[in-house]
Design a protein around this ligand. Structure first.
Ligand SMILES: NC(=O)c1ccc[n+]([C@@H]2O[C@H](COP(=O)([O-])OP(=O)(O)OC[C@H]3O[C@@H](n4cnc5c(N)ncnc54)[C@H](O)[C@@H]3O)[C@@H](O)[C@H]2O)c1
Length: 372
């Protein structure tokens, strides 16, 4: 297969971790006879420094000419002045808008060898395999905002939360399709006892699942009680679909289950193209980690697993994606750990203390053995 992948390494540890993910993708291409072209482009703070724009026109053109985007991370103290009009994160929002990326997937499946790294009782983590689907382009983050003065010393701030039927329908379909490939259960999270947008959300998800996914079991949960159950009984969920703001918070809560923010991937995509492919943005859930940038110690697993999601969701290369995931699982089982997992590592297992590049090399080595 021929594919073009835009690599937007970004800031901080972004270039370090995306380099390892590209090595993994090159190995997949070499072993399976695929022809992947990698196009580097600027985003975030690095793009502001070079062009004044966090998503410059040259990057937009590269992205538009690509089948998928592999992204590192953006941001850092150099660009964090709150009064600045141009900020790295604007590049991310513009990128999502450019690709119409309305669905954000975050799989959370703690590796058995890392359960000791999570601040949750190990027995609660057995069998946890949750696929979050967060709506990404609607709700309060994109609603009208205002700040008004209402007398001396009194300001009034407003953030509008808006959802339309079609915005909810399309993300509900993504959840339904994913559930069909898994355990056929969807939990829809809202606050329908209080919010009008949530009542529309609940009605719409109920209709889409009843009419289009009758083979999938749907349950509804209120966001506050769901937040508790996620820590009390995380293994009870399969696919979880929710709106933008709730999804942002709940997926960070769920990240705690995996032991380190460095090991979790994400995918963001819109509708499929006529050729069956779906352009998407694939990135680790962590940020640019400025505190460890340049030290060669960042965990590249989250970005490598994001590359696996790229293979599965944008290139339809499901076997290759599974090979990458298996290689990562094996390397963790073999005791390879970057610094974020050293202190918490299972002391009974042999632990190889790995740099970012050593961890990438271990995955590549394992992948070659799996694919040969
Ligand atoms: N999608 C993105 O690009 C994204 C997401 C979140 C934050 N950010 C930006 O990143 C910058 C730093 O934000 P933050 O410190 O709140 O979050 P962060 O995720 O960058 O870091 C939080 C903590 O996790 C550690 N960490 C993160 N990734 C790691 C990895 N791969 N391996 C080992 N340890 C890792 C960091 O060292 C830090 O201690 C900010 O400018 C923020 O705006 C960007």
């Amino acid at each position: 297969m021929k594919a073009t992948i835009a690599v937007l390494a970004g800031d901080g540890v972004g270039p370090e971790v995306s380099t390892e993910a590209v090595r993994v993708l090159r190995t997949v291409a070499e072993c399976h006879g695929h022809d992947f072209t990698f196009l580097d482009a600027l985003v975030g703070g690095a793009a502001i420094d070079a062009t004044g724009d966090p998503l410059p026109a040259s990057t937009r053109r590269t992205v538009e000419a690509s089948d998928a985007v592999l992204l590192g991370a953006v941001g850092g103290p150099k660009w964090s002045d709150p009064s600045a009009t141009v900020r790295p994160e604007q590049g991310l929002l513009a990128l999502r808008g450019l690709l119409g990326a309305f669905a954000n997937l975050r799989p959370v499946q703690p590796h058995p060898a890392l359960v000791g790294a999570a601040p949750i009782r190990p027995e609660l983590l057995t069998g946890v395999d949750v696929q979050f689907v967060r709506e990404l382009t609607g709700g309060m983050y994109f609603g009208r905002k205002s700040l008004e003065t209402d007398g001396p010393g009194q300001e009034v701030a407003t953030d509008h939360c808006t959802y339309s039927t079609s915005e909810i329908e399309r993300v509900a379909r993504v959840a339904g399709q994913l559930a069909r490939e898994r355990r056929r259960r969807v939990t829809s999270v809202d606050k329908a006892n209080v919010l009008e947008t949530s009542r529309l959300w609940r009605r719409t998800v109920t209709r889409v699942m009843r009419d289009e996914f009758p083979d999938v079991t749907l349950e509804h949960a209120l966001v506050d009680s769901f937040a508790m159950t996620l820590l009390r009984a995380p293994a009870s969920f399969d696919v979880v679909v929710t709106e933008n703001l709730f999804g942002d918070i709940l997926t960070d809560e769920a990240a705690v289950l995996a032991g380190s923010i460095g090991v979790l991937p994400s995918a963001s995509f819109g509708e499929r193209r006529a050729d069956g492919r779906r352009q998407g943005i694939y990135e680790p859930i962590h940020g640019s980690a400025p505190d460890i940038a340049g030290q060669g110690s960042a965990n590249p697993i989250g970005t490598i697993l994001s590359a696996a999601l790229l293979l599965r969701h944008s290139l339809n290369l499901t076997d290759e994606a599974a090979h990458v995931e298996r290689a990562v699982g094996d390397v963790i089982a073999d005791g390879w750990r970057t610094a974020d997992l050293w202190s918490a590592a299972d002391q009974s297992a042999p632990v190889h203390r790995a740099s970012t590049t050593a961890m990438g090399a271990a995955v590549v080595d394992r992948l070659r053995r799996i694919m040969s």
